[in-house]
Design a protein around this ligand. Structure first.
Ligand code: B12
Length: 215
């Protein structure tokens, strides 16, 4: 019998890393669909955490603990999601730009794409411009995601786009950018294709963009 997935959300919100891993295992054993565990358990839980954080009801150490719990559950779900028919949406290379060590938002965005069936190559934080270009050449994604949380590191995003142009591979991918100080206007200025204000909307924004491209 499928599990009541609000239990998963609650465990995530409580930041219980081991408890959430155990519950995720139990859900899989009770034949709950891995996509449902993600979409109706983990993601609503993480949305709730994000909202509480914005409202000032939750503080950073707690948010980090919840993100760690989410990550532990995703380690268990990832192979199951890959086995299910969710594995064909595309490939995303994602990283945080040079000089920037913030990764919580980037990892959330990565998880959302993973949950939506993308193959995700997360190249990590503080990545020099050339590493983005290298990863695009190597993995041939259809989407490149960049994250910046500091106003001082935002310009790296435009530089990466220029490097992609110089390498002659800009047209092969769509570029999506995000991070608290990043705006739609800034995305336009640097020639990024897409901007998402949060991880939850990023997948839909990309989907819509690719559907328009096909049409
Ligand atoms: C946690 C945190 C840290 C942690 C990071 C831990 C980690 N593992 O990431 C630590 C302590 C290391 C840190 C360090 C610093 N930080 Co800091 N940090 C924060 C804080 C409190 C929260 C950021 C966060 O994780 N938010 C939660 C996530 C979920 O939100 P998010 O990152 O915005 O991501 C969402 C969206 O933006 C979007 N998104 C993000 N990336 C991407 C990418 C793509 C492709 C897409 C589609 C979407 C997307 O989706 C996410 C989910 O919806 C912010 C304050 C704030 N309110 O943002 C300051 C903040 C970003 N830090 C700041 C500063 C100044 C610093 C330091 C310079 C502090 C210092 N003096 O040492 C250093 C810099 C280190 C460095 N070189 O990067 C400033 C930046 C100011 C500015 N305008 O530049 C902020 C705004 C705090 C402040 N008000 O002063 N920081």
């Amino acid at each position: 019998m499928s599990m009541d997935l609000s239990k998963i959300s609650e465990k995530l919100i409580s930041g219980d890393v081991e408890g959430l891993k155990q519950l995720t295992e139990e859900a899989l054993q009770s034949d709950t669909n891995p996509g449902d565990i993600l979409n109706h358990g983990l993601l609503p839980g993480m949305d709730n955490v994000g909202q509480r954080w914005k409202d000032g009801d939750m503080f950073m150490p707690e948010v980090l603990r919840c993100a760690k719990a989410m990550s532990g559950a995703m380690d268990i779900l990832r192979p199951k999601l890959a086995e299910s028919d969710m594995g064909t949406a595309g490939t995303l290379v994602i990283g945080t730009v040079a000089g920037d060590l913030h990764d919580i938002g980037k990892d959330l965005a990565a998880m959302m794409f993973e949950g939506a069936g993308y193959k995700v190559i997360n190249i990590g934080i503080d990545q020099p411009n050339e590493n983005f270009v290298k990863a695009v050449k190597e993995h041939k994604p259809n989407l490149l995601g960049m994250s910046a949380l500091l106003t001082t590191t935002m310009p790296r995003m435009g530089e990466v786009i220029n490097s992609l142009k110089e390498a002659g591979i800009r047209d092969q991918i769509a570029v999506i950018i995000g991070g608290a100080p990043v705006t739609e206007d800034f995305a336009g200025e640097i020639g990024a294709d897409l901007y998402a204000p949060n991880a939850g909307s990023a997948v839909d924004i990309a989907k819509e963009y690719f559907e328009k491209q096909k049409a």
